[in-house]
Design a protein around this ligand. Structure first.
Ligand SMILES: *Cc1c(COP(=O)(O)O)cnc(C)c1O
Length: 329
C-alpha cells in the first residue's frame, strides 16, 4: 500500500476499533469526542467508534456515488470533532483534496475504512497516485472471505505511516504488551491467524489481476445495461475525477427493488441488498431511531447488488445483462 506500517489483526472491525483505542491511549482523542462517519455505512464502522466511547456524527452520502458527501462535512464539525472516518463504500475511493484541506484546517485525523476497497487508488492532479490505506492517518482492512482479498476465515489489518500509532496498535492487539509479560495497556487479543496470513500471502499476488477483471465486468455492465427502471452506479460523481473503483460490489438503484429482485431470482440470478437497514434505524442504536437521513434511507430502500467477481465469464455477464434489459414493471 506504500505505507511504513502494516499490522495484522483478527478482523476488520478490530482493525478499526484498535485505531481509535490507540488514539485514546495516545491522548489524541478522549472519551466523548466526535467522529464524523457516513450514515449509510456498514454498521462495523459505527461500532468501532461507539465501542471506544466516542460519538459518531452521521453525515449523509452523495446519492450518486453512495460515498460520504464531503461537501456536507464542515457543518457537522464542532469543538469535539477529532476525526473523519471515510468509508470507501462498495469499493469506490472516497477522497479529494478538499477533504485533506478540511482535516488540516480543523486538525482532524482521517481514518479510512478500507474493508471494501483494497487496491483502490486516488490520482492526484500532479500525477501522484496513492492507494487506499495510505491516504489518511490510519486505515482498517478486512480479509473476511467475502471481501476482495479474502482469507479462508476472519482476518484484518491496519496500515499507517504513523510509527507511534503503529506501536500502540501492535501492543493493544497483543494484550497491551510490547515485550513479553510486560503489559503497558489494557489491550485485547486480536492476532492475525498464521494460517490465514499464509493464505493471504499467496492470494495477495493475484489481487491486482482480480481487480482488473472486476473492472472489465463492471465496464461491460455500465455500457450494456439499458433499462429505464435501473439507475447504474456512478464513478466519480461530485468528487474529483481521480477516484478509482475496485468493484467490491456492483450496486444499482431501482424504485421497484422487490419486483426486480424477485424477477432476477426467477431467472436464476442472485442479488443481495447492501444494506437493508441503516445504522441509525437499528435497534442497537435505538437512541437515533428518530433521526432523519433522507438520502441514506432512500439508498437503503432502493439499492441492489448484482453479481460481480473476478471469476465471472463473458457468457454469464452477457446473459445477466440480457435478463436485466428485459425487466419491466
Ligand atoms: C466487512 C466490513 C467491516 C468489518 O470487517 P470484518 O472483518 O467483518 O470485521 C468493516 N467495514 C466495512 C465497510 C465492511 O464492509
Amino acid at each position: 500500500m506504500g505505507v511504513s506500517n502494516a499490522i495484522g489483526v483478527g478482523n476488520g472491525l478490530d482493525a478499526l476499533r484498535l485505531i481509535f483505542k490507540a488514539y485514546l491511549e495516545l491522548g489524541v482523542m478522549h472519551e466523548g469526542d466526535e467522529v464524523i462517519v457516513p450514515a449509510n455505512t456498514y454498521i462495523a464502522s459505527v461500532l468501532a467508534i461507539t465501542d471506544n466511547h466516542l460519538k459518531p456524527i452521521l453525515v449523509e452520502p452523495d446519492i450518486n456515488t453512495y460515498n460520504l458527501d464531503i461537501t456536507k462535512i464542515e457543518k457537522s464539525i464542532t469543538e469535539k470533532t477529532k476525526a473523519i472516518m471515510v468509508v470507501h463504500l462498495y469499493g469506490q475511493v472516497c477522497w479529494n483534496r478538499g477533504l485533506e484541506r478540511l482535516a488540516q484546517e480543523y486538525n482532524l485525523k482521517i481514518i479510512e475504512d478500507n474493508a471494501q476497497a483494497i487496491g483502490g487508488e486516488f490520482k492526484y492532479k500532479d500525477g501522484q497516485i496513492k492507494r487506499t490505506g495510505s491516504l489518511g492517518d490510519a486505515a482498517g482492512f478486512s480479509f473476511y472471505p467475502g471481501k476482495n482479498l479474502g482469507a479462508l476465515g476472519d482476518a484484518g489489518a491496519v496500515t499507517t505511516n504513523d510509527d507511534d500509532l503503529s506501536q500502540v496498535i501492535r501492543a493493544l492487539g497483543n494484550y497491551g504488551s510490547k515485550q513479553k509479560y510486560i503489559n503497558e495497556f489494557q489491550g485485547l487479543n486480536s492476532r492475525l491467524d498464521e494460517i490465514q496470513a499464509a493464505f493471504l500471502n499467496v492470494k495477495l499476488k493475484y489481487l491486482d489481476k482480480e481487480t482488473q477483471r472486476r473492472r472489465e465486468v463492471a465496464a461491460f455492465y455500465l455500457e450494456n445495461i439499458k433499462n429505464p427502471e435501473i439507475i447504474l452506479p456512478e464513478v466519480n460523481g461530485k468528487v474529483e475525477k481521480c477516484n478509482t473503483h475496485v468493484w467490491h460490489l456492483f450496486v444499482i438503484r431501482t424504485k421497484y427493488r422487490e419486483e426486480f429482485k424477485t424477477y432476477l431470482a426467477k431467472c436464476g440470478v442472485q442479488s443481495l441488498i447492501h444494506y437493508p437497514i441503516p445504522p441509525h434505524k437499528q435497534k442497537a442504536y435505538c437512541q437515533w431511531n428518530n433521526l432523519n437521513f433522507p438520502i441514506t434511507e432512500k439508498i437503503h430502500n432502493e439499492v441492489l447488488s448484482l453479481p460481480i467477481g473476478p471469476n465471472m465469464i463473458a457468457d454469464e455477464v452477457n446473459s445477466i445483462i440480457h435478463i436485466i434489459n428485459e425487466f419491466s414493471v
